[in-house]
Design a protein around this ligand. Sequence first.
Ligand code: URA
Length: 238
Amino acid sequence: MIRLQKVIAQSGLCSRRKAEILISEGQVKVNNEVITTLGYKVSNNDEIRVNNKILRRDRLEYYVLYKPKSIISSTSDDKGRDTVIDLIDSKVRLYPIGRLDYDTTGIIILTNDGEFANLMMHPRSKIEKTYLVYVDGLIGAEQIKKLEQGVLIEGRMTSKAKARIIEKDMKHDNTKLRITITEGRNHQVKKMINAIGLNVKKLHREVYGNVNLKGLIPGMYRELKKDEIEQLKLLALR
Ligand code: URA
């Protein structure tokens, strides 16, 4: 048995808070009976209607995908390019948690649990995301310090980050570094590198919270285990 507002939020229809308002307002029915009690619990077999529309209650699925290059990380593409959704064999309506650029490779989590997705993407969530960054140019200690302390992108400083040089190629003027950030701003890593005066040549996300790509190759995916999902929730709420 599970609380009615949680089931509504998981379906992706709205937040748990909004679901509570809908219930209080008498807009939710369980087996054709209006329910206004917030603690009301339902089972998998109960039919839920919100504003008289049946709520889809698919099995909740959670995947980790190794995104290859040249794949869009949204649910559809107006140019008809392949999306991360096309790579997963599932009957439910999945959404990627956050975005990776078309040319970025690496870890991306997908789910049909709207409440979980909102929790992961909430600005307060401090889930660590680790990237391998291939930079055109040589990076010095001063620039690393800047990346760690915060740089100005689009009028706002980035939060504290971790940055470490892995390899410096003096012959070709390239630096490979590993950066861990807790935010998820648009093109954040590329913009952070731009902010120290350089450009990213290649970007790969290795780790998302407690989840990595071990055992996967580009294009491959697996379902997250229950304890991995619980751990991610804890990390987001820290
Ligand atoms: N930061 C970027 O700039 N691009 C990504 O795809 C992910 C993080």
